[in-house]
Design a protein around this ligand. Sequence first.
Ligand SMILES: O=C(O)C1=C[C@@H](OP(=O)(O)O)[C@@H](O)[C@H](O)C1
Ligand SMILES: C=C(OP(=O)(O)O)C(=O)O
Length: 426
Amino acid sequence: MKQLRLDAVKHIQGTVNIPGSKSISNRALLLATLAKGTTTLTNLLDADDIRHMLKALGQLGVEYSLSEDNTRCTVTGNGGAISSESVQELYLGNAGTAMRPLCAALTLGQGEFVLTGEPRMEERPIGDLVDALAQLGADVDYLKNSCFPPVRINATGLKGGDVEIAGDLSSQYLTALLMVTPLAQGEVTIHIKGELVSKPYIDITLALMAQFGVEVENHDYKRFVVKAGQEYVSPGTVLVEGDASSASYFLAAGAIAGEVKVTGVGKLSIQGDVKFADALAAMGADIEWGDDYIIARKSALNGIDMDMNHIPDAAMTIAVAALFAKGPTRMTNIYNWRIKETDRLKAMATELGKVGAQVEEGHDYIKVTPTTQLISADIDTYNDHRMAMCFSLMAFADCGITINDPDCTSKTFPGYFKQFESLCDK
Ligand SMILES: O=C(O)C1=C[C@@H](OP(=O)(O)O)[C@@H](O)[C@H](O)C1
Ligand SMILES: C=C(OP(=O)(O)O)C(=O)O
């Protein structure tokens, strides 16, 4: 297994133009496909999750052209649902933002589709989405375990009506349903069962749908009404913002050890994960906001006690930044960390323990009590890009750190460690 040794560094300084948002890239690619007209996406993310979406769309006959660096993509819209005469088997790796939306989108047309992924994808539930689609007449079945991929879709179109969907495990099921319901045969009213998690991701979905000309009534994230007879129309170009979750590692680094400016994402962002900067500010970091940049400067950090359901991905960065704060940090309402790339609550507790922190792992929370005696360790990353990126912050401890399988960052940020090391003073 490959390892990356990060020797201790005292200071970080510089500016990083953050690569495109995973969430926006995959949503925009799908909506551009369903839309009328040609859409050019700029600052598209070049990473595994997007490659899986692009490859699947290509297999489905969608026409697109990519620039040499894969960050500019022109998609010829299909002007509606995708159909196929032959059975299509699509491999989607571990990309939740490809698996869930494609599972929904492919029910709209005609044909047989099989969606598969890597072993971890087979442990990430999809039953809440499939149950909702079934209420609109979709025929989706499980090829291995009930409620988990791989799935087979026998597509014949979606009817309108009332549909209930559970919101308490993942917002991606609702995102998937919202994106397809404008193309259903009648008006759709979506009722959310239980408390909806990760709500800001629904705002990203609605913002992108609006860019493609579709309106949704949002009744306090409890009920959504999608009128019939709407169609997606290309806005011409979509600029993909920098990824706010990817920005979190650099902002935390600035707050711990110097000054970092991230560009491409700022106070005008549609991504909820920009609120990571507020969590960092609550810890005492000096944060400056611009329309499309954020700067974090070093300041004394204190532990916090915060509900982090609204920033599930960037919250992982707080868990490691907590090692550099005074007093414990408690992060609550993050149960669904357990069903992402790995069981992140367990993984985080295990690896933070290795570097000497005292950690309490609850069913849906984690409490990190830092130590003045941080120790170096070989950090296991569990094929989870965020575990690898978060633990780069340990480079600011006197002992440095070793990251196992650093290339797992390719899911969302292949060049992460190169960028990180380029800002660090040796
Ligand atoms: O819709 C999206 O783009 C995402 C939603 C979140 O998932 P959950 O809704 O499952 O928390 C987030 O963790 C994921 O990285 C991306
Ligand atoms: C949860 C994540 O990914 P996915 O989109 O596969 O759910 C993530 O990127 O942290």
